[in-house]
Design a protein around this ligand. Structure first.
Ligand SMILES: [Ca+2]
Length: 495
C-alpha cells in the first residue's frame, strides 16, 4: 500500500518536473544567473531517505527530486555541525578556515567568544556581490555574537536559530546550564523557543516560501539549514505519528513535505528550470541510519561524513543520473559562484567547481586526487579514488567494501604507501594535531586562517532567568556540570 502510494506520488512529481523543463526560462535574470536553494538537514544519515535506500521513512518529494535530477553518492560534509557549516560557507577545510572546533566544545556554544572571522569570504557574500538576494532560514552555528551572525556574513535576511536546538534549558537535566534558546530575525531575538519545538520546521518552510515570494523576479540564494533532525526531535502537529519510524520518521516526513512545498512554489512562479535545488545533510546520523556505511555522526568512518545529496535542476541536470565519485560541501561555493558568472576566491578554498558534472558529465573523474577526513584538528583518514587509508593504518576499498570491514593494508602495500604520502601532504598543507585541544595553539601551516574572536566578554542573547546584571548574560560555565539523574529518571523519547 505504502510503496504503491509512494511510487505514484514520485511519478506524478517527476512528470511535473519534466513538463516544466520544456518551458522557456522566465524572469529577467533567467538566462545568465540561476537561483540556488540549498536545503541542509541537521544530522540526517546516508540511509534516511528513500532515494538513498531507506525503507523506513517515506520521502516521496525527495525521491521524485532524485528521479528528476542527480544523486551524488560519495558526497562529503564534515563530522559535526560547526566545522560542517564552515566548510560549506567558505569552500575550505575547517582546519584552514579556523572553525574546526569551538572554544569550549567541538562545536560553538551559546555566548562563545569565537565565530566565523570577519575576513572569511562566504558563498553568500560572493553571490550578493553578483546581485543575488541572499537568505538563510534556519540554524547558523558559526557564532552567536553580533559580528558573527549571518547578516554580517553576506546574508540579507535571517530567520532561525543561532546554534543547535539542543542548546536549550529544556535539555534533559541541562548539564551545560544552557540559557533560553533564542529565535532570531536579522540579529534580533523575536522569541524564546519553548520546550515544544514542533512549530520549527513549518515556520522555516513558511519563511522560505515568503522569501521566494519576495525575490522570485531577481536572482536569489536561499539557504535552508533545518534544525531537525538534530535532537530534540519535534514533528509538526500534522506529522505526529504519521510515520512508522517514531518521531524521527515523523520529522523526516515533515522535512520531505517541506521540500515539496518549496519545489511547488518554484514551479508556480515558473522558475523551477532556472533554479538549482541541492538537498544534503551536515554530518552523519545521530539517531537515524547511515545505511550501508560504518560509523555515525562525529566519527571519520564513512557514516560520519558521507551524506545523502540530491541535486535538481530540470532542463540542466539530466534526470535520473548518479555521480559516484568524490564531491563535497566545499564544492558548493565554487560551483554556485561559477554558475552565477562570478569569480570564486580560489586561493582560499579547497573545493572545486563541479558544474560540468551537474550538467551531466557523470563519467568525469572527481576533481579531488584526495579528500581528507578531520575530526577537530586531527587528521584521521584520506580517500583517493576507491581507496581510504585511516591514520591507524587500516586500508579499505570503498568500491567493494563501503562498510570499511576488511583491512587490506597488508595486501596492498603500494596503495597504502601512496596514501601515506597523501596524508603527509595534508600534514604539511593543512595541519594535524590533537582532536580537541584544551586551548587552540597548536602549530598550523602558514596558510591556516584564524577563527574570529572577540576580546570583550561575550553575552548571552537572552538573559538567564533569575539572574541579574552581568551574571544574567554570562556564558555557560566551562565544560560539563556533573549532574546525577534522580532515581528512576528516564530520558525523554525525543532526545
Ligand atoms: Ca549536525
Amino acid at each position: 500500500m505504502f510503496r504503491i502510494r509512494h511510487s505514484l506520488v514520485a511519478l506524478a512529481l517527476a512528470t511535473v518536473g519534466l513538463s516544466c523543463s520544456a518551458d522557456p526560462p522566465s524572469g529577467r535574470h533567467a538566462l545568465d544567473r540561476p537561483n540556488f536553494v540549498l536545503i541542509f538537514i541537521d544530522d540526517m544519515g546516508y540511509g534516511d531517505i528513500g532515494a538513498f535506500g531507506s525503507t523506513q521513512n517515506r520521502t516521496p518529494h525527495l525521491d521524485a527530486m532524485a528521479e528528476g535530477g542527480m544523486r551524488l553518492t560519495s558526497f562529503y560534509a564534515q563530522p559535526v555541525c560547526t566545522p560542517s557549516r564552515a566548510a560549506l560557507m567558505t569552500g575550505a577545510y575547517p582546519i584552514r578556515n579556523g572553525l574546526q572546533t569551538g572554544f569550549w566544545h567541538p562545536v560553538l556554544m551559546p555566548a562563545d567568544p569565537q565565530g566565523i572571522h570577519p575576513d572569511e569570504i562566504t558563498v553568500a557574500e560572493v553571490l550578493k556581490g553578483r546581485g543575488y538576494a541572499t537568505g538563510i532560514i534556519g540554524k547558523w552555528h558559526l557564532g552567536d555574537q553580533p559580528e558573527f551572525l549571518p547578516n554580517n556574513h553576506g546574508f540579507d535576511y535571517h530567520f532561525g536559530l543561532p546554534y543547535s536546538n539542543d542548546m536549550s534549558p529544556f535539555m534533559p537535566l541541562n548539564p551545560r546550564n544552557h540559557p533560553p534558546l533564542p529565535l532570531l530575525r536579522n540579529g534580533q531575538v523575536i522569541r524564546e523557543v519553548p520546550e515544544d519545538q514542533s512549530f520549527l520546521t513549518e515556520a522555516y518552510t513558511a519563511e522560505s516560501l515568503a522569501f521566494i515570494d519576495r525575490h522570485h523576479e531577481s536572482p536569489f540564494f536561499l539557504y535552508i539549514p533545518h534544525s531537525m533532525v538534530h535532537v530534540p526531535l519535534w514533528a509538526g502537529e500534522d506529522f505526529k505519528g504519521s510515520s512508522n519510524n517514531e518521531v524521527l520518521g515523523d520529522c523526516i516526513e515533515e522535512l520531505d513535505w517541506s521540500v515539496g512545498e518549496i519545489r511547488d512554489r518554484l514551479e508556480q512562479y515558473g522558475i523551477a528550470n532556472n533554479t538549482l535545488v541541492l538537498f544534503t545533510s551536515d554530518n552523519g546520523p545521530a539517531r537515524g541510519s547511515a545505511g550501508p556505511l560504518r560509523g555515525r555522526k562525529g566519527t571519520t568512518f564513512e557514516g560520519g561524513l558521507r551524506v545523502p545529496a540530491v541535486a535538481y535542476w530540470p532542463g540542466t541536470i539530466p534526470p535520473g543520473t548518479t555521480y559516484d565519485d568524490i564531491a563535497t560541501t566545499m564544492d558548493i561555493l565554487p560551483t554556485f559562484v561559477a554558475l552565477a558568472g562570478a569569480e570564486a576566491p580560489m586561493d582560499r578554498i579547497d573545493g572545486h567547481d563541479i558544474s560540468s558534472i551537474l550538467r551531466g558529465q557523470v563519467g568525469t573523474p572527481s576533481p579531488y586526487d584526495a579528500f581528507f577526513y578531520y575530526r577537530g584538528y586531527e587528521l584521521r583518514a584520506v580517500r583517493s579514488g576507491e581507496w581510504k587509508l585511516h591514520t591507524d593504518g587500516t586500508l579499505y576499498n570503498l568500491e567493494s567494501d563501503v562498510a570499511e570491514s576488511k583491512d587490506l593494508a597488508n595486501d596492498q602495500p603500494e596503495v597504502r604507501d601512496r596514501l601515506l604520502g597523501l596524508l603527509e601532504r595534508a600534514r604539511g598543507t593543512l595541519g594535524d594535531g590533537p582532536t580537541w585541544p584544551e586551548m587552540p595553539g597548536i602549530e598550523l601551516p602558514a596558510s591556516a586562517r584564524p577563527i574570529g574572536r572577540i576580546e570583550r566578554q561575550p553575552k548571552l542573547l537572552i538573559p538567564r532567568p533569575g539572574a541579574s546584571g552581568d551574571e544574567a548574560h554570562a556564558p555557560p560555565i566551562r565544560g560539563t556540570v556533573e549532574v546525577t539523574p534522580p532515581p528512576g529518571y528516564k530520558r525523554p523519547e525525543n532526545w
